[in-house]
Design a protein around this ligand. Structure first.
Ligand SMILES: Cc1cc2nc3c(=O)[nH]c(=O)nc-3n(C[C@H](O)[C@H](O)[C@H](O)COP(=O)(O)OP(=O)(O)OC[C@H]3O[C@@H](n4cnc5c(N)ncnc54)[C@H](O)[C@@H]3O)c2cc1C
Length: 527
């Protein structure tokens, strides 16, 4: 039986950072287990191929029918393979608001205030603008400016400015609010996933075993201590032992699934599936929070924007050739090129809406082709009040979990989204974006609350940031304590987006990486 000091389950954002940091000094043996492949393909590494990510790199989950979305099922893409969701995401580099982390600390997560987490964000980062009080310049995660943004993305920022919404050229600096172009997790024109940052540079190190194509079926728990994992791979079923402990980094859906399959979760639910209960922990799979998002969309006569036409196709063919040769040009697009943060509710402690401007007409998460050219503007609720769940669909580890984000269940979320969408339209109606004479693809009377609510509930969905399903807390009911150690058994840590007690006000890749970095330190200190 193979034995390691530490086993990390899941090679995504949190798991790559945790495994890489634990392996780099050579002092312990580390095994990283990932069910997907290596993701070492042109379609993953080329930013502009995001709509063509290989099927095997995305779980393509669906939610249960959502009452708040008129009974529609939502789409939940999740990355599979090294890099996890950072291998399929939009590469936007955002940490959230300083208030988020101070709030975590206030909720009982001692040691997670903004002042506490900032050094870890800085340590992870290599920002091409260089280091300063807020940014790192020597970390493994490359952060770049966009060199070939669409002219429409710049126009978006100017249109916001025309409404006196300030320009912000660093959302991760002193102040988050404002509008601007996003910095991206790219390096030399390619996607820079968490695996490329933390795992690939260590490939071949004798103390670091990277096993792809390996599904973790459950934890092995003996006398209240996690001593290993049961896995299934091309080699068949086997048990791997972990002398020091196991870190679960299977993501906001995968981590609660692994815990529940191992007997850690809501007892009654586990019994329904014939799973022996090791610890009754109702918080596992509960507290699911995700950013509900509405995408407004406009058609233009201008072919400046990405789109399907002869001119558009010809431009893309040339762009692909340019990118293959030099890694430059418009194939470096993260699609979500510009955006911003603003407060729409007077009592909000921090910006409550985030915008993503995409220089293309998006329909159904980019899965439906739209003829012609145009642009889209996402508005999402940054701190939703609605709470959902992740549960087992069956006791089979290969089955998808049952995902219920319970979107727009809370009226406060609806109120924020309504205000956000109205501001989306005001921005687009301001010059210079208005100079494109954009044609609204879903025209309604925006002043009519009922009509707007109906449109939102008919078309809203996730902007891909599920968290909270293995919540960290200072309370006995939380899944992990503020050192990310499980409260229910020994030898177990969780390090990914699932531990967030509250969803951060922004995209979740950099925060998940920060969580992985911190977990490595906690585990080193504990062993
Ligand atoms: C389409 C999309 C766009 C996004 N855009 C952005 C963006 O622009 N900026 C941003 O900051 N964030 C973005 N996000 C969100 C961000 O990428 C994620 O929040 C983050 O990557 C989550 O990290 P994680 O470690 O929690 O999980 P993941 O990165 O999802 O990693 C989990 C890993 O565990 C593996 N795994 C699961 N179960 C098992 C098992 N049983 N055995 C073995 N392995 C297992 C999975 O295959 C996966 O590789 C986006 C996400 C998506 C899906």
């Amino acid at each position: 039986m193979q034995e390691f000091d530490i086993i990390v389950i899941g090679g995504g954002s949190g798991g790559s950072a945790a495994a890489g940091r634990l392996a780099e000094d050579g002092k312990r043996t580390v095994c990283l287990l990932e069910t997907g492949g290596s993701n070492d393909t042109v379609r993953v590494k080329t930013p502009g191929f995001m709509p063509f990510i290989p099927r095997g790199s995305n779980y393509r989950f669906e939610t249960v029918p959502q009452a708040g979305l008129k009974g529609r099922t939502g789409y939940q893409p999740r990355g599979r393979g090294l890099g996890g969701s950072s291998a399929i995401n939009a590469m936007v580099y955002i940490r959230g608001n300083q208030w988020d982390y101070d709030n975590w600390a206030e909720l009982g997560c001692t040691g997670w205030s903004y002042e506490d987490v900032l050094p870890y964000f800085r340590r992870s980062e290599d920002n091409e603008r260089g280091a300063n009080d807020f940014h790192g310049g020597k970390g493994p995660l490359h952060v770049s400016d966009q060199r070939w943004p669409n002219p429409g993305s710049r126009a978006f920022v100017e249109s916001a400015a025309a409404l006196q919404l300030p320009v912000n050229d660093d959302f991760n600096g002193a102040k988050q609010s404002g509008f601007g172009l996003y910095q991206v997790t790219q390096y030399k024109g390619e996607r820079w996933s968490a695996a490329r940052a933390y795992v690939e540079p260590l490939r071949g190190k004798p103390n670091f075993s990277i096993r792809t194509g390996t599904l973790v079926e459950k934890l092995v728990i003996e006398d209240g201590r996690v001593t290993g994992v049961q896995v299934m791979s091309g080699r068949g079923r086997e048990t791997l032992r972990a002398r020091g402990g196991v870190i679960v980094s299977a993501g906001a859906f995968g981590s609660p699934q692994v815990l529940m399959l191992s007997g850690i979760g809501p007892a009654a639910h586990l019994k329904e599936h014939g799973i022996e209960v090791v610890a009754d922990v109702p918080a596992v799979g509960s507290d699911l929070q995700d950013h509900p998002d509405y995408v407004s969309s406009w058609e233009t006569a201008s072919t400046d924007f990405f789109g399907s036409s002869l001119a558009g196709t010809w431009r893309m063919v040339r762009a692909i050739a340019e990118h293959r040769r030099r890694r430059t040009g418009i194939m470096t697009t993260p699609f979500a090129e510009a955006g911003g943060f603003w407060t729409v509710m007077p009592d909000s402690p921090a910006p409550d809406v985030q915008w993503h401007f995409v220089p293309a007409m998006l329909e159904n998460h980019g899965r439906e082709k739209v003829k012609g050219h145009g642009f889209s503007l996402h508005a999402c609720v940054l701190r939703p009040e609605s709470r959902g769940t992740v549960r087992l669909g069956s006791a089979l580890p290969s089955d998808a979990p049952v995902i219920d984000p319970n979107f727009l269940d809370d009226d406060r979320d609806m109120a924020v989204l309504r205000a956000g969408v109205r501001l989306s339209h005001r921005i687009v109606e301001s010059p210079p974006l208005s100079d494109y004479a954009p044609k609204d693809r879903y025209p309604i009377d925006l002043n009519d609350d009922d009509a707007l609510d109906d449109l939102i509930r008919s078309r809203a969905d996730t902007v891909y940031h599920p968290v909270g399903t293995c919540r960290m807390g200072g309370d006995a009911d939380s899944v992990v304590d503020p050192t990310l150690k499980a409260r229910s058994v020994d030898g177990l840590w969780v390090a990914d987006a699932s531990i967030m007690p509250r969803l951060v006000s922004g995209n979740t890749n950099a925060p998940s990486i920060m969580i992985g970095e911190r977990c490595a330190d906690f585990v080193k200190a504990a062993l």
